[in-house]
Design a protein around this ligand. Structure first.
Ligand code: SF4
Length: 399
């Protein structure tokens, strides 16, 4: 297939495909699916071998957000019966993080709901970073606290944060359809603030919110342009009690095509399968490892993932290996870019919102790509399990 030969050759050289080529990946058929996975898998192995980076989420502050992101179970007016709690104390957060690190996580992601942190919140997170790094200095810390004000990124960097996550989530053209309380430009600004302060930029997307193929390609190209070092690819978890609760249109095949497209556009960047992995890829999760080089271990912010041990078993059974603390995630030339950013040479970055990835939007698909199963009311409570353990509870976390 000429398309895949071209994309593989470009990916192996670290070159970016054209917009038309990226769109063509999303338009491939189920008959071509394994060829698409094999082609993008070659690109993945070129830059990341068979390593899988594990990341662990600690939800520092859950629910009760004043923002209205329609995909999010923590949004203003959400009826989702999620855990709601205010800031965890540093020792509580460090205890939660320890479980993930013991399970093999290399990076701990500290996430808080809300529009953005106050300066007092930055102090709290700084204390939490210290508590985690005192226990294990090798742990990477990524903060995800929403929109940043001036100097907050610098303060997080000084406190020991390695990265900042703020997802663009969807294309600039459709951003106003999913959120009205802040703008796409606000998100870009925070990504740039984080990157400008020398934090590694983590910024990704959510697929399944009713966007077009063009929207998906637009946001991935925007993330590439922003210089995101890691790109979390979330698949909408349609939470009951949110506006997108009935948006069940993704299929495992569609998810794999999206991951392959992201890999071709971001050949040498950490591509992470984020929220919705179990819900939407289901039994095809192992194929996703041929495309992405990073996943979350265990549970998500407000929903449960599969058991952490099941994640580890899947990685081993599929012929991959967990990336160790001493191994570099990014290829050498990308690491050089990150180092240059620390010196202030690069003004771009990636970023997210407080929980950009575990809410619930959906994709418009029809025919062979349409979702399967489902109840008459359009909800899938059999697939979405609200988190009831770990941070903010008395129960041991899943890691
Ligand atoms: S994504 Fe973040 S800002 Fe938006 S509603 Fe959820 S917690 Fe609030």
């Amino acid at each position: 297939m000429d398309l895949l030969d071209t994309l593989t050759a470009k990916g192996l050289r670290g070159e970016i495909p054209t917009r038309e080529e990226a769109l063509a990946v999303l338009a491939t058929t189920d008959d071509e699916l394994l060829d698409v996975v094999a082609a993008a898998g070659r690109v993945r192995r070129q830059w990341f071998g068979r390593r899988v980076k594990l990341n662990y989420l600690v939800n520092l502050k859950s629910g009760l957000c004043p923002e209205d992101c329609s995909y999010c179970s923590q949004r203003l007016g959400s009826k989702a019966e999620i855990l709601k709690y205010t800031w965890l104390k540093p020792d509580q957060a460090a205890e939660a993080a320890k479980a993930g690190v013991a399970g093999g996580a290399k990076r701990v992601c500290l996430v808080a709901s809300g529009r953005g942190p106050t300066d007092r919140d930055i102090d709290r997170v700084a204390d939490t970073i210290s508590a985690i790094k005192d226990a294990d200095p090798a742990v990477e810390i990524c903060a995800c606290l929403g929109l940043l004000s001036d100097n907050q990124a610098e303060r997080l960097k000084a406190a020991g944060a390695d990265a900042y996550n703020h997802n663009l989530n969807t294309s600039e053209g459709t951003y106003g359809d999913i959120t009205t309380t802040h703008t796409y430009a606000d998100r870009v600004d925070t990504v740039q603030k984080a990157h400008g302060a020398g934090l590694s930029a983590c910024s990704g997307l959510i697929a399944g919110m009713g966007e077009s193929d063009g929207d998906l390609v637009d946001v991935v190209f925007a993330l590439r342009e922003l210089g995101s070092d890691s790109v979390p690819v979330n698949f909408l978890i349609p939470f009951e009690g949110t506006p997108l609760a009935k948006e069940w249109n993704l299929t495992p095949q569609r998810c794999l095509r999206i991951l392959a497209m992201v890999r071709f556009v971001c050949p040498d960047v950490e591509v992470r399968i984020a929220g919705g992995r179990e819900v939407h890829l289901r039994s095809l999760q192992p194929l996703g490892l041929h495309l992405a080089n990073s996943i979350f271990l265990g549970d998500y912010l407000t929903s449960e993932g599969q058991a952490g041990q099941a994640d580890l078993d899947m990685i081993k059974d599929a012929g991959f290996e967990v990336e160790g603390a001493g191994e570099a995630t990014l290829p050498r030339h990308r690491a050089d870019v990150a180092a240059a950013a620390e010196g202030g040479a690069c003004g771009t970055g990636g970023g997210c919102g407080p929980c950009g990835g575990h809410g619930a939007p959906a994709v418009e698909e029809t025919g062979a790509d349409a979702g399967t199963g489902g109840s008459e009311d359009g909800l899938r409570s059999d697939l979405v399990r609200v988190r009831r353990r770990g941070a903010g509870t008395e129960l041991a976390p899943n890691a």
